[in-house]
Design a protein. Structure first.
Length: 116
């Protein structure tokens, strides 16, 4: 599985961005999908995850109520809608695919910068 993320950019505080991550292959629906991020000078942080069917979602407390993760299995794509962005959301965002207890695949990052 190859993961290609896009949609990052520069936005002002309070703005919105929508990240997309397209997966190759025909097994997309067999993977739980998620997003992680890494801010400059900091370690990686879990952001959100969605189950294989899309019926269950999980969020870090820091983004709950502002971010929404979703997936379209027909398009092999997972999305992260980010609203009410804050400067502390500035980071490189990675999409990941997980089938078992550990992450199987990482995509390349897409950069999000929130200006104050």
């Amino acid at each position: 599985v190859q993961l290609q993320a896009c949609g990052g950019g520069l936005v002002q505080t309070g703005g919105s961005l929508r990240l997309s991550c397209a997966a190759s292959g025909r097994t997309f629906s067999s993977y739980a999908m998620g997003w992680f991020r890494q801010a400059p000078g900091k370690g990686g942080e879990f952001v959100a995850a969605v189950s294989r069917s899309g019926s269950s979602t999980y969020y870090a407390d820091s983004v709950k109520g502002r971010f929404t993760i979703s997936r379209d299995n027909a398009k092999n794509t997972v999305y992260l809608q980010m609203n009410s962005l804050k400067p502390e959301d500035t980071a490189l965002y990675y999409c990941v695919a997980r089938r078992g207890n550990q992450i199987d695949y990482w995509g390349q990052g897409t950069e999000v910068t929130v200006s104050s």
